[in-house]
Design a protein around this ligand. Structure first.
Ligand code: OGA
Ligand code: MN
Length: 307
């Protein structure tokens, strides 16, 4: 039986039911892949996938991006719980990461190779808040007026996790976690073209912090203006989690953020990140098709421009 795919009432996303993600045949997978490209985010209620099953599902989309030094760790827990069951306090390094996740972002744009997609499933959810919001950067680009489209067509921003955490008051040491590297800050076009659909989208978010050719205040002003405009209905989906639900978003054109919640309650999400494709991640977007001077990254181990 083919899965049931029902578009959301927003510019992105569809809910997919009548499907078991742990045992998809090829025809079912093709329906999922097509829907992923069309809707840019898919919601699969009540799947209850184990970590291994979520990794297997994620591998359908591409390689896993390794978020830990140990490459055997393919799925991670986004959680405010300590091993002893108590919840973390503000002095815990993870606290800063969770607070950071509350700002609109694209995953791993601060790495040489940004993520292709993100997969999250809920294991434990707080009684209030803790939703995940998604924002459609394809529809956001389309909705810009022509003057703004013209203004940003050839602009490029640096992306840095140091910079985004600094903006919310955290100074983080190099080497203290994923993303705090010495490879420099990648320079990414504000407008990117989707390698499959050809649709343009805004590549912005909290990690973008400086624009080539603009002074820093003007750059931040423009980035803030674009973000404010982009993340508005009908381009937003708010995922109200039930334990067992799973979502995947296309990180090339969908931003996300966590909604705040009472940190005295436990929230545990199982996360896998799908690695970007080196052939398209930093592909040039110049309007006239000129080579734009980007050197596409082939892995997250290469050198990028200096931070
Ligand atoms: C992430 C993330 C948001 C959430 O895992 O990359 O941003 O709702 N998570 O936990
Ligand atoms: Mn994220």
């Amino acid at each position: 039986m083919a899965p049931t795919i029902v578009p959301l009432d927003t510019t992105l996303g569809a809910t997919v039911t009548d499907i078991d993600l742990a045992s998809m045949d090829h025809a079912t997978w093709k329906c999922v892949e097509d829907a992923f490209h069309e809707y840019a985010a898919l919601i699969f209620p009540a799947q209850d996938l184990s970590a291994d099953e979520q990794v297997a599902f994620s591998l359908r989309f591409g390689k896993i991006e390794h978020l830990r030094a140990d490459p055997s760790v393919k799925s991670v827990s986004i959680s405010n719980q300590k091993p002893d069951g108590s919840v973390i306090g503000p002095d815990d390094a993870r606290f800063k990461t969770l607070r950071g996740n509350e700002g609109w972002h694209l995953d791993s744009t601060y790495m040489p190779l940004a993520a292709k997609a993100g997969v999250l499933s809920a294991k434990a959810v707080p009684s209030h808040g803790g939703e995940t919001e998604l924002a459609d950067m394809r529809a956001a680009y389309d909705a810009l007026d022509d003057a703004m489209k013209e203004r940003i067509a050839d602009l490029r921003a640096y992306h840095s996790l140091y910079a985004s955490q600094a903006k919310i008051g955290y100074v983080v040491e190099t080497g203290s976690g994923y993303g705090y590297h010495t490879k420099g800050a990648p320079l990414r076009p504000l407008v990117r073209v989707h390698p499959v659909t050809g649709r343009k989208s805004l590549c912005i978010g909290r990690h973008a912090y400086r624009i080539d050719g603009l002074d820093d205040d003007a750059a931040q002003g423009l980035l803030d203006e674009l973000l404010e405009f982009a993340c508005q209905p009908p381009r937003i989906h708010i995922q109200n989690w039930q334990p067992g639900d799973l979502i995947i978003w296309d990180n090339r054109c969908v931003m996300h953020r966590a909604r705040p919640y009472d940190f005295n309650e436990t929230r545990i999400m199982q996360a896998t990140r799908i690695a970007g494709d080196p052939a398209t991640d930093l592909a040039p977007t110049a309007r006239d098709g000129r080579a734009s001077g980007f050197k596409p990254a082939t892995t997250n181990e290469i050198e990028a421009p200096a931070f």
